[in-house]
Every structure is written in structure tokens, then in C-alpha cells.
Write a protein that binds this ligand. Structure first.
Ligand SMILES: [Zn+2]
Ligand SMILES: [Zn+2]
Length: 182
């Protein structure tokens, strides 16, 4: 087994791979997306209906403390949720759309350069770097521009005076039993 695979490193650390752990690892390794614990639980359950939520959460915790998966908050776009991805991926920055929640991954030399600069500037040994960038994706920029335009138009419209209340009709007098002729 390749030593750089998640499974390989787990074996090296003497962590027994139960079927359930294996399912979870495969999901994190292969989906390549950033799934939260609930999402992972749902996918894992499709593969093994007997899998329960507690096992999933416990396994994630183990994988995280073992340094095999990264736990991300992605700018807290989803509130308190955390997202998981394999540590085996090359270092990358997460670019998060704060409107639709789309996550892009930026790989590139600038990240390695930043790491080297920090190391030399502070005489620091970088073990882990996490870069997150929040903003609006191209699609959401268009939608936002449209929204702003609509809002501006609405604000420019003359404010109509409040409609006058309809004249109240006097309540019809109850006829007395009196005869008109009297
Ligand atoms: Zn977006
Ligand atoms: Zn990522």
C-alpha cells in the first residue's frame, strides 16, 4: 500500500481500519469536495445503512487528531459547521463565495512563497497553513449588481401619499317601528 495514502499512514500509526472508518476515509479522499459531518454521514449511510451518527463523528475526530484530515470552517459560511478534506492534497487556499457558498481551491506558487517568507521573517517553522478568502463569485456579483439596481430604482420612485381612508358611511339608522305617516 502506498505510504502516502491515508490508509497507509493509518496502518503505520497502528490504527485499525474498521469497515466504517474505511468508508468515511474513502468518502473524504475521493469526493474531493468539502463535506460537513452531516453530509458525510448521509453519504456513508448510503454505503452502510447500519452506520450511525456517533461513529461518524467519532471517526472524524480521530482522523483529525491523527492529522489525516483537515477540519475547515470556510469563513463560517455555514454557521458553526465544519468541513473535512484529506490532508494529502497539496496545500491550497479556499476561496469562498459568501453569497452562494461555492468553494474554489487555489493552488499555486504564491502560497509556497508566503510560507517561505513567513519562515524566514519570523525564523518560524511552519507546520500548517490555512488560507481562506471570502467574497463574491462572478455569478453572485451579477446577481448582486441587479439587486442593487432594483433597490435603487425602487428608492427613486416617488413616494405615493398614503391613501385617504374611504369616507365612512354613516351607519344606517335602525328603523324604529314608528310609522312614517304618524
Ligand atoms: Zn456565489
Ligand atoms: Zn480544499
Amino acid at each position: 500500500m502506498a505510504p502516502d495514502s491515508t490508509e497507509g499512514s493509518l496502518k503505520q500509526r497502528g490504527v485499525r481500519l474498521t469497515r466504517q472508518r474505511q468508508i468515511l476515509l474513502e468518502l473524504i479522499d475521493k469526493t474531493g469536495s468539502h463535506l460537513d459531518a452531516e453530509g458525510l454521514y448521509r453519504l456513508a449511510k448510503e454505503r452502510d445503512p447500519k452506520l450511525n451518527r456517533v461513529t461518524v463523528y467519532r471517526t472524524l475526530k480521530m482522523l483529525k487528531s491523527g492529522g489525516l484530515v483537515d477540519e475547515l470552517d470556510l469563513m463560517h459560511y455555514g454557521g458553526d459547521q465544519h468541513y473535512y478534506e484529506t490532508r494529502l492534497k497539496q496545500e491550497h487556499a479556499h476561496v469562498i463565495c459568501l453569497r452562494c457558498g461555492k468553494v474554489e481551491e487555489f493552488y499555486g506558487e504564491p502560497l509556497q512563497r508566503l510560507r517561505r517568507q513567513i519562515e524566514s521573517h519570523f525564523a518560524f517553522q511552519v507546520l500548517l497553513a490555512r488560507t481562506e478568502v471570502g467574497g463574491y463569485c462572478a455569478h453572485c456579483q451579477t446577481l448582486r449588481a441587479r439587486e442593487v439596481e432594483e433597490l435603487r430604482k425602487r428608492l427613486a420612485e416617488p413616494v405615493e401619499p398614503p391613501a385617504k381612508p374611504a369616507p365612512r358611511r354613516a351607519p344606517a339608522k335602525t328603523r324604529r317601528g314608528r310609522s312614517e305617516r304618524a
